[in-house]
Write a protein that binds this ligand. Structure first.
Ligand SMILES: C[S@@+](CC[C@H](N)C(=O)[O-])C[C@H]1O[C@@H](n2cnc3c(N)ncnc32)[C@H](O)[C@@H]1O
Length: 482
């Protein structure tokens, strides 16, 4: 968690505090009085609170709601940054904040009105993870709690936040740290225990903290320069970004809105994680025994990121890509993305897509838990349920089984997930190898750039944000021998 906004004192004692608000803080509070939508507080906190309510009350995604509200309210850059920090930070830290709030509360969490709880969470986050003046953090949250829950909850919210403000973050983390190493690390980095367990099964304990900490960092934007249209060097020059470390098509864009870049608006470039680029490229680069006849398939293609890169490479190689997607809406998104490319989009179930077998190359980028991209959605780690994994694994097995039947002898099948969970990764690959004796596993690591190290202990590839700067993508390559 970030701890930005250094101009404010961090853990000022609640009882002895004078008005130590920074000038920006005073301005923010003055503005609050003028804001029609506010809850009696400044616009930045008011917006943060409204996003939290939408996330918890309506199942909204913070990264979609917040930018809209910031635009509507026309916050200046500094206030927008503050609103973003406290919104995303509060959502990420939710499990740990809730444990601390519950410890300080006279009633269990389930008996606290959810609107009041969100106001208290925002205050607790500011107290524990930012340098915002403690007085301002407490008062604004108490005001918000009061405006949603009535005057009677003001004292309740105030008591909890005053109690939290009596100790610093390290004290709370060590005092309430649960027993057991993994549970402790999960608490410290604010992840559900089951996700920490899942990561530790792949990484071991040594790197677990690093991996979990990375989920709270905002990823820099990766762009892909579409092959045959634009080089990564040209895109870097136009965008002011930097050529990527691993993918020949990647550009890192540390800041700025990619949607405003001309190459992106014209479809010559797009936003795409570098790990996804490497996977699409590896499926195309893998040698096909007996020669490639140019029949390629992407069996789970929506919204079309990998299909667009494979399609651009297909155009160069004189090949053709069939892109299958279950959802009609997502099929439309693929069609928009692959406009001029040799790609046919089919809205169909990949388990039985009705296509003639004999494909040279197939990618199954399966629907998965998404545990490898938690840094992209602040609330995601608390929303996902371990119980979802069983159904996902069943679907993943059905999809790779279908792909195996569509593959020609000598052809290659790439299987990828945006999850490092072993049940969704090695579990599915090992199951497939058991079901299909005609398949063998190729060395997928040899298809990755030489500079890319620490890809895991198997023939397959496991990327990690803290190691490679990509999402935690998994990729395995299978070949049909006969
Ligand atoms: C991980 S996403 C694929 C991302 C895509 N490859 C890209 O790079 O943009 C998985 C996709 O599979 C689709 N899907 C889910 N079940 C499917 C099925 N039975 N058949 C085909 N597609 C399916 C989902 O709608 C989703 O769009």
């Amino acid at each position: 968690m970030s701890g930005g906004f250094r101009s404010r004192s961090r853990h000022a004692s609640a009882s002895t505090r004078k008005d130590r608000r920074s000038p920006a803080e005073r301005t923010r509070q003055r503005q609050g009085k003028r804001d029609v939508n506010s809850l009696g507080v400044d616009p930045a906190r008011s917006i943060a609170y409204r996003v939290l309510r939408k996330v918890h009350g309506e199942g909204a995604y913070a990264n979609l709601v917040l930018p809209r509200l910031l635009r509507d309210q026309r916050l200046n850059q500094r206030d927008a940054a503050f609103a973003t920090e406290i919104t995303y930070g509060t959502l990420r830290a939710e499990g740990t904040l809730d444990r601390i709030i519950e410890h300080c509360s006279s009633r269990p969490l389930e008996r606290i009105d959810s609107g009041v709880l969100d106001a208290v969470r925002l205050g607790a986050y500011q107290l524990l993870y930012t340098r915002v003046d403690a007085h301002a953090a407490v008062d604004t949250s108490v005001t918000m709690a009061g405006s949603v829950g009535g005057a009677s909850v003001r004292g309740f919210a105030n008591a909890i936040l005053r109690e939290i403000s009596r100790h610093d973050t390290a004290w709370w983390l060590s005092t309430l740290r649960p027993e057991g190493e993994i549970a402790g690390i999960a608490f410290e980095h604010s992840h559900p225990r089951w996700i920490a367990d899942s990561f530790s099964r792949v990484l071991g304990l040594q790197e677990l903290s690093l991996a979990l900490a990375e989920d709270s960092q905002r990823p820099i934007t990766h762009l892909v320069a579409r092959p045959g249209e634009l080089s990564a060097e040209e895109l870097a020059m136009i965008s002011g970004g930097e050529v990527g470390k691993y993918s020949p098509y990647a550009v890192y864009l540390p800041q700025g809105d990619p949607g405003r870049l001309e190459p992106v608006r014209e479809g010559m470039a797009a936003v795409q994680d570098e790990g996804s680029q490497l996977i699409a490229q590896a499926v195309v680069a893998a040698p096909v025994t007996g020669g490639d006849q140019g029949r390629w398939l992407d069996l789970c293609a929506g919204p079309g990121g990998k299909a667009a890169l494979m399609g651009a490479l297909a155009r160069i190689d004189g090949a053709h890509l069939d892109a299958v997607e279950l959802s009609e809406h997502r099929s439309q998104l693929i069609r928009q993305t692959v406009r001029d490319l040799p790609v046919s989009v089919h809205t169909a179930d990949g388990r039985d897509p009705g296509l003639t077998p004999g494909f040279d190359r197939i990618l199954v980028d399966a629907p998965c838990s998404g545990l490898g991209a938690l840094r992209r959605r602040p609330e995601a780690r608390w929303r996902k349920q371990e119980s979802d994994i069983e159904d996902l694994v069943r679907l993943q097995k059905q999809l790779v089984d279908s792909a195996a039947k569509l593959l020609k002898p000598g052809g290659v099948l790439g299987y990828s997930t945006c999850s490092p969970d072993l049940r969704e990764t090695r579990g599915v690959v090992d199951w497939l190898l058991g079901e299909h004796p005609e398949l063998r596993e190729d060395n997928a690591q040899s298809l990755m750039p030489e500079a890319m190290h620490q890809l895991g202990d198997h023939l397959s590839v496991q990327m990690w944000p803290h190691r490679h700067g990509t999402d935690a993508m998994f990729f395995a390559l299978l070949r049909r021998e006969k």
